[in-house]
Ligand binder design. Structure first.
Ligand code: NAP
Length: 324
């Protein structure tokens, strides 16, 4: 459904990679904004954004992009957001909404908040959707459809600003929820950050083994390993920043994970089939619950763009989306 009147006059996108370019495409498709001004760090990316026609104007600096915008969304790695807030602060329009898409929220509130002037509304956000690909070519308009976008407004934020941003994300197809930044970081530590850490670990471990068996690791990768390699191909800069910025919550979850892993290790060592079976039965029920609430497809995994096999009949976001 295309909205009748644009919700915002001018949208500024600072950073136009996977997420920024998906917002640009979706906002255009839905008529959510009248005009898009964009910028990125490097001339090469800015050139590509212009070639793809993702914005009405591509400008050379973050502050030029933010000037006069009604909604500014910072779509850069978490570690860069504080400095960007400092750069754009003097040029922000009175009453503008300033947001971001970072995968960690406590650090964003801490790093961006203090630089922003009183007369703008700061509403941090995290669209829980993504893929392992980066850059302006990787985005697509449907990325956010049926996915969650979590808003973490600081206490005292004007409700109208929060509602405005929620309506924007709703137009892009997302379901919107509001929570405290620390709570967001704890939830995402277990649902997204720890799974990525495990994928990075296991792929690295297999690579060490591959000294002896490289051909077998690649040949038999469909046995679970292939999915890990996809997640472990996620952007190194983004994920370095996520683990640095969400250190406490990730360490807490990692502690619990290590205890559970020790229990399973013990069950294997003792030949305790019942303990293993009960554990796997419980986790299978969790998977079924995720499918039931529409956060993944029940289609078999081999339907996901595997060469030589027909693609499973499901919309693209469900086929490729990670919870990031
Ligand atoms: P990406 O594809 O690598 O794009 C990052 C963009 O930020 C690039 O255009 C980059 O420009 C630009 N950038 C970097 N530093 C900048 C700076 N100082 N000033 C202006 N622009 C700068 O990354 P992404 O996947 O879209 O992720 C962006 C944010 O979304 C991250 O905070 C991440 O946590 C969050 N997020 C990601 C996912 C996911 O699955 N990828 C999901 C949800 C949220 P250059 O190309 O010129 O370097």
């Amino acid at each position: 459904m295309v909205s009748k009147a644009p919700l915002f006059n001018r949208l500024a996108l600072i950073g136009v990679g996977l997420i920024g370019s998906s917002i640009a495409r979706a906002a255009r498709a839905q008529g959510a904004v009248r005009e898009i001004v964009a910028t990125a760090r490097s001339p090469a990316t800015r050139r590509r954004v212009a070639e793809l026609g993702l914005a009405d104007q591509v400008v050379e600096s973050n502050s030029a992009a933010a000037a006069g915008a009604d909604l500014v969304i910072v779509c850069a790695p978490v570690g860069a957001c504080g400095e960007i807030a400092k750069e754009i602060a003097p040029r922000l329009k009175r009453g503008a909404i300033v947001s971001d898409v970072g995968s960690v929220k406590g650090a964003i509130v801490r790093d961006m908040g203090p630089h922003l002037p009183q007369e703008v509304h700061f509403v941090p956000a995290h669209p829980v959707a993504g893929t392992e690909h980066s850059g302006p070519d990787a985005g697509f308009a449907e990325l956010f459809v049926g996915r969650w976008c979590i808003l973490t407004p600081p206490q005292g934020t004007e409700p109208a600003a929060v509602d405005g941003l929620a309506t924007f994300w709703g137009l892009l197809g997302a379901n919107v929820e509001t929570m405290a930044p620390d709570h967001h970081d704890l939830v995402l530590a277990i649902t997204s950050h720890l799974p990525h850490l495990i994928a990075y670990t296991i792929v690295g471990t297999a690579d060490e083994l591959a000294e002896v068996t490289r051909s077998e690791v690649l040949k038999f990768s469909a046995g679970g390993f292939r999915d890990f390699t996809r997640i472990a191909a996620s952007d190194p800069t983004m994920w370095r920043d996520v683990f640095l910025a969400n250190k406490d919550a990730v360490l807490e979850m990692l502690g619990t994970f290590n205890e559970d892993l020790a229990q399973l290790t013990r069950a294997i060592r003792r030949g305790d089939g019942e303990a293993l079976f009960e554990h796997f039965k419980r986790t299978r029920a969790i998977r079924r619950g995720i499918v039931e609430i529409g956060q993944d497809s029940p289609a078999p995994d081999f339907g996901r763009a595997h060469p030589g096999l027909p693609a499973a009949p499901m919309p693209r976001p469900y086929a490729v989306s990670d919870d990031n």
